[in-house]
Design a protein around this ligand. Structure first.
Ligand code: HEM
Length: 357
């Protein structure tokens, strides 16, 4: 999808961002320390609501106070499927007969997701995964399959990137303050709609690039060249070899990114010798690169801008650092819990001015 095409969905995505803000406001209001526990769980719902508002031009209600049960079950199925992917891939085929549960659970998760994609409002169904009707023909099965893939592709990816962005911003108050200033200036009264104002938010884009450099939600990519040997640098790769690129390792390579483990969004804004174009490729590259990239960026940029305009985000008081781990995708090892403090007149209300990093 080209950037211009994604902009056509700015209205739909903006409405979902509005609902996300209300939900965050409600959750932090209910908590004595204004904490939102496990922000990733909230952003899963945002991701699913965002992608379905674009795909189906209708809403699932994921961000309502009462989340529809099928929607919760869909999100759980995605998680189960990713966990089971690792397990079933690592297990030798012969063992599947002895221990059938992982494979069975994996298939059940996919079955549920396909039924959900087919039953979603706007995909022809009424949101009911238990509907009973004749099975669709091959073309419709392909379409439903693609709808399901798009639905699930837009959940963990968005959730993980938003969660890590806020996690890092909460630990880098200086960057957060600069970003708040940028966002407030661009979105101030009388300015153009938020999606158009994104063009004047270079730091916001740098924050997301830096987050995806440190936490590429799809931590590796694979390719097979089936018909010929290829030479890559000093290596000769025979045809039909599976080549895996580990984004996580490549984008933390100190030769291309000095202080590679540090969160330094400014590095993307510095002028100087051009960076290696393939050093950080969180969306992949080429014909099969991420088809949802522009939509994902629109959702993440709009959500971050609006969240930071309304809240100052701080780490959970006394909370331990959270590390990433691989669960097929790269996810937080433990819940990311964050404090959301209301901003009044540009300063978070009710707390000392300098947060502890
Ligand atoms: C931060 C968000 C996202 C990241 C980092 C991301 C990353 C990626 C990566 C690395 C690939 C593999 C590319 C390759 O093999 O070269 C991919 C493929 C894909 N992504 Fe995304 N993605 C994101 C969001 C989304 C969203 C929101 C959607 C749905 C609209 C989506 C749909 C897809 C699809 C359908 C493919 C397969 C494309 C193909 O095989 O031709 N992605 N994504």
């Amino acid at each position: 999808m080209r950037p211009r095409a994604a902009e056509a969905y700015a209205g739909a995505v903006g409405a979902v961002v509005g609902d996300l803000l209300q939900r965050l406001q409600h959750l932090r209001d209910c908590h004595p320390q204004h904490l939102v526990p496990d922000v990733a769980a909230e952003f899963y719902k945002f991701g699913l609501e965002g992608i379905s508002s674009v795909l189906f031009e209708s809403r699932l209600g994921c961000l309502q106070q009462e989340v529809p049960r099928d929607t919760e079950a869909f999100i759980r199925s995605i998680n189960t499927m990713f966990v089971m992917t690792l397990l079933t891939m690592a297990m030798p085929k012969a063992l599947h007969r002895l221990f059938p549960k992982p494979w069975r659970t994996f298939c059940e998760a996919w079955d549920f997701m396909f039924a959900f994609g087919e039953g979603a409002p706007g995909a022809g169904g009424g949101g009911d995964t238990r509907r009973c009707h004749p099975p669709p023909g091959p073309l419709m099965r392909d379409i439903y399959g693609n709808v399901t893939e798009l639905l699930l592709a837009g959940v963990d990816t968005i959730s993980s990137t938003l969660s890590w962005s806020l996690y890092e911003l909460s630990r880098h108050p200086g960057v957060q303050a600069a970003l708040h200033q940028e966002v407030a200036a661009a979105l101030g009264p009388g300015h153009e709609p938020p999606a158009a104002a994104l063009a004047r938010m270079p730091l916001l884009k740098a924050v997301v690039k830096e987050t995806l450099r440190l936490y590429p939600v799809i931590p590796s990519n694979a390719r097979v060249v089936p018909d010929r040997d290829i030479r890559v640098g000093d290596y000769l790769v025979p045809r039909k070899t599976l080549i895996t690129l580990c984004h996580y390792a490549a984008s933390r390579d100190g030769r291309f990114f000095p202080a590679p483990d540090a969160f330094q969004p400014e590095r993307w804004l510095r002028r100087g010798p051009t960076r290696h174009p393939f050093a950080s490729l969180p969306f992949g590259v080429g014909k099969r690169s991420c088809v949802g990239r522009r939509l994902a960026e629109l959702e993440i940029h709009l959500a971050l801008a609006q969240i930071l305009l309304r809240f100052e985000v701080r780490p959970e008081p006394g909370g331990a650092p959270v590390r990433p781990m691989t669960r097929t995708l790269l996810v937080p090892e433990a819940s990311i819990n964050l404090q959301f403090l209301s901003r009044r007149g540009g300063r978070a209300a009710g707390t000392p001015p300098s947060p502890t990093p």
